[in-house]
Design a protein around this ligand. Structure first.
Ligand code: ATP
Length: 339
């Protein structure tokens, strides 16, 4: 990473509350800042329900925040004309976990890519050649042989590559990948990750990669952002955060090394449960909470070396010597096989 890369995507104090059917309120995203810089891979990590997808949908302008703003290359999306907003949306391409739902079953691979090509570049001279070239870039060889197939004729791994091809056809500035490996066989997860990394380097793409598996952040991300119940509890350079997590929740995620399918259960097994107070959002489940944690809300301390976290205990034991804060040891095989 070069020094001080330019921010591409900025979320400033975005917030989203949902009212559930039973009338209860869910603070899906509490006022939250998030920055993705040029060419940067940011992993947004947290268990199910922590607000990752809501935050991603706000970034993609698919969801409107109750307050706060989203900027792409410094431009506030809420102030753009409908035409410029469409252009900005094209510059932020999603890759979803369930590629089956993402494609129109009546369209061929060529039609899918042609539409993506034209939405950013206008009329394309030789669209079949260009579409075939993009397919080759995502590892579908020979590209031309896939053009007239329907997506249901492809294997799961090929479909996921097509999803990535469609995203890059639109020449995005940022790719927002929401659990893109969840639908894929373990055997091809590593291949898809390597493909995303190759493309990120070749195209200087920024990637916001959403996952509940912190071990993926370790191999893949420049920076990691950890979300718990709608707020960022810790963030910083991936190497530093993952080698010495400061927040008990990050420690827990790391100790559990959640698998793609059973991760949340493994995490739950490690959590304590006590009535929620008015203090730290993690207090009710934190194994090292103090009295203060039930009544006072921790704020971020000063950012040091790009790191910050919301935790009284982490700040007290910055040396990492507190045995209470050492992560639990859980025998668990990492789910990720790099190909
Ligand atoms: N449209 C909606 N209406 C009501 N509640 C919602 C809606 N979307 C999300 N929520 C709630 O907001 C919270 C955050 O959900 P979100 O999907 O953003 O979390 P997540 O971390 O992406 O989880 P997952 O990994 O399971 O997708 C959850 O409690 C969820 O039930």
């Amino acid at each position: 990473m070069p020094n001080d890369p330019m921010p591409v995507l900025q979320l400033e104090q975005v917030r989203r509350t949902f009212i559930q059917r039973d009338g209860s309120r869910v603070d899906a995203v509490r006022p939250t800042d998030l920055v993705v810089a040029e060419g940067e891979v940011v992993a947004l990590v947290g268990e199910s329900g922590s607000g990752k997808s809501t935050l991603a949908n706000i970034a993609l302008a698919l969801e409107t925040p109750d307050s706060g703003r989203v900027l792409l290359d410094g431009h506030d999306l809420s102030r753009l004309s409908p035409r410029d907003l469409r252009r900005s949306r094209t510059a932020m391409q999603p890759v979803f976990q369930d590629s089956t739902a993402a494609f129109n079953p009546r369209r061929t691979v060529f039609q899918i890519l042609h539409e993506a090509l034209e939405c950013r570049r206008g009329k394309v001279e030789a669209p079949r050649e260009m579409a075939a070239d993009i397919l080759e870039r995502v590892g579908l060889h020979p590209g031309a042989s896939f053009l007239d197939r329907y997506h249901h004729e492809l294997s799961g791994g090929q479909r996921q590559r097509l999803g990535i091809a469609r995203a890059i056809a639109a020449k995005p500035r940022v790719m927002i990948a929401d659990e893109p490996l969840s639908g894929a066989d373990v055997s091809i997860r590593g291949q898809i990750l390597n493909l995303l990394l190759d493309l990120q380097r070749a195209e200087r793409l920024s990637i916001l990669f959403i996952t509940h598996d912190i071990s993926i952040a370790e191999v893949f991300a420049d920076r990691v952002v950890v979300m718990y119940r709608g707020e960022v509890v810790e963030e910083g350079p991936a190497g530093a955060v993952l080698s010495a997590p400061a927040h008990p929740y990050t420690r827990l995620l790391k100790a559990a090394v959640p698998s793609m399918d059973a991760g949340d259960v493994a995490i739950r097994d490690l959590l304590v449960s006590r009535p929620a107070g008015h203090g730290c959002t993690f207090n009710a489940r934190c194994a090292v909470a103090m009295e203060r944690c039930a009544t006072e809300v921790p704020d971020y301390g000063p950012r040091r070396h790009g790191r910050r976290y919301k935790c009284f205990r982490a700040a007290d034991s910055a040396s990492g010597d507190d045995p209470d804060l050492r992560p639990a040891t859980v025998a668990h095989a990492p789910a990720l096989g790099m190909a």
